[in-house]
Design a protein around this ligand. Structure first.
Ligand SMILES: [Zn+2]
Length: 455
């Protein structure tokens, strides 16, 4: 079977469905959350649209109270699961060269929020399942394509789904990288709050979501000195851009950093941390002091005392959201941890540091690391499909920073759809994917499903 050729027959239909999904701004919006749309109106609209696609194609569907949906393809009791998501991260108001909530083709590239994370790859897997369903061979299992609506904000969607629906026997999630990911770091998300004497700091804000390196920060300070010259010098010294202006008799400073995914903070430049590093010399505020002391030039938790290097790499640390106003300060931090770092070791160390520095409230979410034997049949079958379609023998199964759906389901690993050496700009401005990559993903998923489902 030439899966690449087969995939291309579905190209127009897939691109049309992708456009329809991308035009739905399915970011979480708790202001419109209610029964049946637990994460807001638009995630539910996207869920209904994907269900409509499944029904159009004649498959059995399920919307599981608006948390996550599924489409069953094929026959049988045993189920192979494909787990993707329809929600997307918010977009910046500036910086996009294409309409963010659309799917725009420019040359051989598609642009739009969700084309790569994760609407495009989810549809690629769905079309692969359709190809397999049409093929005449005896299959061990049916395929269930499951799509959540809250992956970017904690995956409560599939937690609910799997509480009310059985787990598939095994599966993959098309929400990361090719060739295939057999190990994912654990994740710890920390939220801390405290009270701090203002001492010149009126407000300080940066970041929208915890798993993105903030690309923008702003602060308002009450300073006797004119900060214009020193701020310009600071920006120049660190090759940063920003502005300083009068703000109702106070001084407002803004700073631009470089946004990146929170699992790879070393690829970004944290605007909040860089602004704190300037402010520390101009206000006497313990909130600012804390940020500067523990986060400046350290994205590996060394200063916080939680550094470790394991089989899957280093501890990483992203200060994702900071908020300070009228003396009340809060921080949200995203840590990625190799499986050698335990909750028992990590949390008490960190909690002690925060409580020593005026933080009175400490909450956290912990997700264990995932480690599937790279010699297992699942990994071998998936990797072989990748090699067969791409001819790439060079890249083997790998480990990553974690955070995919794979952890939400037993016997599940992350499989595509970003190719080695390609950067689809997920979570960033101008998110994109090559049409060829998307169609190759369809072929790889079809080849993988064939390897796994044939008797
Ligand atoms: Zn994703």
């Amino acid at each position: 079977m030439d899966f690449k050729k087969e995939a291309l027959q579905y190209k127009d239909a897939l691109l049309k469905d992708l456009k329809t999904l991308c035009q739905i701004p399915s970011t979480m919006d708790m202001s419109s959350a209610k029964d049946g749309q637990p994460f807001g109106e638009m995630p539910r609209v996207a869920l209904d649209q994907m269900i409509a696609i499944g029904q159009r194609d004649g498959f059995v569907t399920d919307n599981c109270d608006g948390y996550a949906g599924s489409i069953d393809i094929g026959e049988g009791d045993a189920v192979f699961g494909i787990l993707g998501h329809l929600d997307v991260v918010p977009v910046n108001k500036t910086g996009w060269h294409y309409p963010p909530f659309d799917c725009t083709q420019d040359g051989d590239m598609l642009y739009g929020r969700g084309v790569a994370d994760d609407k495009g790859p989810l549809l690629a897997a769905y079309y692969a399942a359709k190809i397999i369903n049409k093929m005449d061979f005896e299959k061990k299992m049916k395929i269930r394509v499951i799509f959540g609506t809250n992956e970017e904000n904690g995956s409560e969607c599939v937690a609910y789904y799997f509480k009310h629906r059985p787990y598939p026997a095994l599966g993959f999630t098309p929400d990361a990288d090719f060739p295939v990911v057999y190990g994912e770091k654990g994740i710890a998300r920390i939220n801390v709050k405290g009270h701090f004497a203002p001492n010149g700091l009126m407000s300080f804000m940066s970041g929208d979501v915890v798993n993105i390196v903030p690309g923008h920060a702003q602060a308002v300070v009450d300073s006797h000195d004119d900060l214009t010259e020193s701020y310009q010098a600071y920006l120049e010294k660190h090759q940063l851009t920003g502005e300083i202006e009068d703000y109702h008799g106070k001084t407002k400073l803004t700073l631009k950093g470089v946004s990146a995914h929170g699992s790879t903070p070393e690829l970004g430049q944290n605007a909040a941390v860089m602004l704190a590093h300037y402010l520390v010399d101009h206000v006497e505020n313990d909130f600012v002091n804390f940020i500067d002391k523990y986060f400046y030039e350290d994205v590996n938790g060394k200063k916080l005392g939680v550094f470790k290097e394991g089989h899957m790499g280093l501890v990483t640390c992203n200060l994702g959201i900071i908020s300070y106003s009228e003396g009340k300060g809060s921080l949200s931090i995203d840590f990625r941890l190799p499986h050698e770092m335990s909750e028992e070791e990590f949390i008490p160390t960190l909690a002690t540091t925060f409580t020593m520095h005026h933080f009175t409230s400490f909450d956290y979410d912990w997700t264990n690391a995932l480690f599937v034997n790279p010699e297992s049949d699942l990994i071998k079958n998936l990797h072989q499909a990748y090699v067969d379609v791409t001819g790439d023998h060079e890249h083997g199964p790998q480990c990553m920073g974690g955070g995919t759906y794979a952890k939400e389901m037993p016997n599940c690993v992350a499989f595509g759809a970003e190719f080695p050496g390609h950067n689809n700009g997920m979570h960033q401005n101008d998110e994109h994917i090559l049409i060829d990559d998307l169609m190759d993903a369809v072929a790889i998923y079809a080849a993988a499903l064939y390897n796994i489902l044939k008797k």
